[in-house]
Design a protein around this ligand. Structure first.
Ligand SMILES: Cc1ncc(C[n+]2csc(CCOP(=O)(O)OP(=O)(O)O)c2C)c(N)n1
Length: 430
């Protein structure tokens, strides 16, 4: 054969050379940013199918963008969750508190009070509004950027700060990286630094809940970059095979540290569209529109409770700040991206909506921001009494050997003894 496909000919002579594709973000530091090619749909223009519809009926929504809040700051269309003003004000106040918390903890890291912090600036709606659409005892399996869920569920600020400072008040005894919270009482599964592991765990938990005939559902959050992990795909498969009552929230904030979404497949298809291939109902929402986030989560929760199956929700958003306190985004992306982001700021959009309804004003917003900052400050002062990084007020080192084994294996006993000798620390009185 002349073309060499039988393995005998010389490859490539009369055929075009193949080219290898390496995704490249559109804008690098110093570039002018133009997002005009992003398809921003009209608020209210997306159909809202019945929650129990066949998964395939949601396929158009996986390639659309569900939006409720319009340019006029009013709520539009069938996805308007029609929340009363008190609920909207509560949503706004938790989002404002989340932002105030992030600001103070970020500064705390810069002042050396903790080694690490991660903000969720610009993504507050994807956790706060979504959490408010769930029942308080639905089990959540978040990633590290959903502090808004804990705040929405009323977890005490001081507990969060104790954990961030790894001090003697830290319920996790300094064993977790700062911000990797855990609270059984708030149905908040321990955050893992190993990306995407929470997704099969959420699906497994949901399957168990269904097997027991319980009524609680599960929801997980994962970054778009982390959907490249095999765990995420295993989660999707198990979710669809067993019709698990679970919501898979993919927060597409465009960046995974310095890798843009193209490296996770974002150039080829939306992240919501992946669910369609698995036979999972899939919605793509404006992640900076708190009402759209709430409505999509509520739709998915109703679907799960009706035993109609899992839902994948892509929250289309933007990571307004660095990945973490260890990151410097000015090295890899244009600073203009944040200001040019066409979907705006979720806190401002919700505030403007309440103002347009005649249920809020700038003075009240100013007071809310001040009160939120004061609340965080007071909790910070309290937590500091339990110690900050480097001040020695952490849990005693020997406690690292506790709580795992009923009887300490010999090799850990040896290590514990060595640690005590080297650190000159004492076992507590028996
Ligand atoms: C299995 C694994 N691989 C790599 C990392 C290092 N890492 C931590 S965060 C991160 C980026 C994740 O990006 P994305 O999923 O988009 O979430 P985002 O941080 O944008 O919220 C990476 C690569 C890790 N923690 N675990």
């Amino acid at each position: 054969m002349a073309n060499g496909s039988d393995g005998t000919g010389q490859a490539g002579h009369n055929r075009p050379a193949l080219s290898f594709h390496v995704p490249e973000p559109k804008f690098r530091p110093g570039d002018a940013v133009d997002f005009s090619d992003l398809k921003i749909t009209q608020a209210g223009a997306q159909a809202r199918p019945d929650e129990t519809c066949p998964a395939i009926d949601t396929a158009p929504l996986a390639n659309d963008l569900i939006r409720v809040l319009g340019e006029d700051n009013r709520a539009h269309g069938p996805w308007d969750p029609k929340l009363d003003p008190d609920t909207l004000r509560r949503m706004l106040s938790v989002m404002a508190l989340t932002r105030a918390f992030d600001e103070r903890m970020y500064r705390g890291q810069r002042q050396g009070k903790t080694s690490f912090y991660m903000k969720c600036t610009g993504e507050e709606a994807t956790s706060v509004a979504a959490a408010m659409a769930l029942a308080a005892d639905d089990m959540v399996f978040p990633s590290y950027r959903q502090q808004g869920i804990l705040l929405a569920r009323g977890y005490p600020l001081i507990e969060m700060i104790n954990q961030i400072y790894s001090n003697r008040g830290d319920k996790l005894k300094g064993r977790q990286l700062p911000i990797m919270y855990s609270s059984r009482a708030h149905s908040f599964f321990t955050i893992s630094g190993n990306l995407a592991t929470q997704t099969p765990q959420a699906v497994g938990w949901a399957m168990a809940s269904a097997m027991r005939g319980d009524s609680r559902i599960a929801a997980t959050w994962v970054g778009e970059g982390s959907t490249a992990e095999g765990d995420f795909h295993a989660a999707c498969l198990f979710a669809t095979v067993y019709n698990a009552p679970v919501i898979l929230n993919v927060v597409n904030n465009q960046w995974a540290i310095s890798s843009f979404s193209g490296f996770a497949g974002g150039e080829r298809a939306t992240f919501a569209a992946r669910g369609v291939g698995y036979g999972i109902a899939s919605l793509r929402v404006d992640g900076n529109d708190a009402l759209a986030c709430y409505a999509a989560e509520q739709w998915a929760a109703n679907r799960a409770r009706a035993n109609a199956g899992p839902t994948l929700i892509e929250h289309f958003s933007y990571r307004a700040e660095g990945h973490s306190t260890s990151d410097d985004p000015s090295q890899y992306r244009s600073a203009q991206e944040r200001s040019e982001w066409p979907l705006g700021d979720p806190v401002m959009r919700l505030k403007n909506h309440l103002i347009a309804m005649g249920e809020w004003d700038e003075e009240r917003q100013e007071k809310l921001d001040l009160d939120s900052a004061e609340q965080v400050k007071a909790a910070t002062k309290e937590a500091e009494k339990n110690g900050i990084l480097g001040h020695g007020l952490h849990h005693p080192f020997h406690t690292m050997f506790e709580d795992v084994f009923e009887e300490l294996p010999w090799h850990l006993e040896e290590q514990a003894a060595q640690a005590i000798r080297e650190r000159e620390i004492k076992w507590p009185a028996a």
